[in-house]
Design a protein around this ligand. Structure first.
Ligand code: HEC
Length: 229
């Protein structure tokens, strides 16, 4: 092969590779999130802020030392809708900072540690594409049979609490990482008041939203049953 055609081939290959790399994700719509099961009584086509988006952002962004209220890195508090919507151009994910930062971006990719996976990215993408409304589905059922820590409580805590109450310096020195941590928190009698947003308690999850009534009831059922593991 002549040198010039070899060069041309190399350039073409390089172009293909870099354009694929450049296209990697940001300009391509991710697949729609998997619709919830039959226990979910609201619209199966809608991505709800409270149900799907906020847990992803609380876990990935509003962590202690990052974009929680106390640290508010780059002046951004991402534990509530008002703070999150500032980074969004409704209906236009590709022009929304909240979506762009999940990929390589001038200020670096977010979150700095483990990148969001495809399912987390698609939740953010489709919520913005649908208009980025402050919506929630409260009739979303939750399985209240056989309530145990492992089956019922730990998944909720992982989604809604560990961003702040996990790691080596958990918020308010309350760790909720293990079964015994959550038992200790329940025994302190601060848990249900915080989840129910009762006066005299700090409302949790922090940021103003609450768990769904069904999820709050799961915690109460679990306590009533003697906190089975
Ligand atoms: C965005 C960070 C954040 C998230 C998410 C969060 N917490 Fe907290 N939590 C805090 C902070 C900070 C405090 C200290 C009080 C304050 O500043 O509001 C606290 C305090 C508490 C308290 C003490 C309340 C009291 O009145 O004594 C409990 C209990 C608690 N959290 C449980 C939870 C549970 C359960 C979840 C998940 C459903 C959760 N938190 C989610 C940051 C968070």
């Amino acid at each position: 092969m002549k040198l010039s055609s070899l060069k041309a081939l190399t350039i073409i290959l390089a172009l293909i590779i870099t354009s694929c790399h450049h296209n990697a994700d940001l300009s391509v719509a991710p697949p729609r999130p998997i619709p919830p099961g039959p226990e979910f009584l609201c619209s199966h086509d809608t991505i709800y802020f409270r149900n799907s988006v906020l847990p992803v952002i609380l876990t990935g962004c509003a962590r202690v030392g990052c974009h929680d209220e106390a640290s508010h890195k780059s002046n951004k508090i991402l534990d509530n809708y008002a703070g999150i919507i500032k980074l969004v151009t409704p209906f236009d994910p590709q022009n929304s900072v909240l979506y762009k930062v999940l990929f390589s971006y001038s200020e670096g990719r977010m979150p700095p540690g483990t990148p969001f996976n495809l399912s987390q990215k698609s939740i953010i993408y489709w919520w913005i594409a649908q208009g980025a409304y402050n919506n929630r589905c409260d009739s979303a059922g939750c399985d209240s049979s056989n309530v145990t820590y492992t089956a019922s409580i730990s998944p909720i805590v992982a989604n809604w609490c560990l961003g702040c109450h996990g790691g080596s310096s958990p918020a308010y020195s309350i760790s909720l990482e293990t079964y015994s941590d959550v038992v200790a928190c329940a025994n302190s009698n601060r848990l249900m008041g915080a989840l129910r947003h009762q006066t005299g308690f700090y409302p949790m999850p922090k940021g103003g939203e609450s768990l769904s009534p069904c999820e709050i009831n799961l915690f109460q059922d679990w306590i009533n049953l003697g906190k089975p593991q």
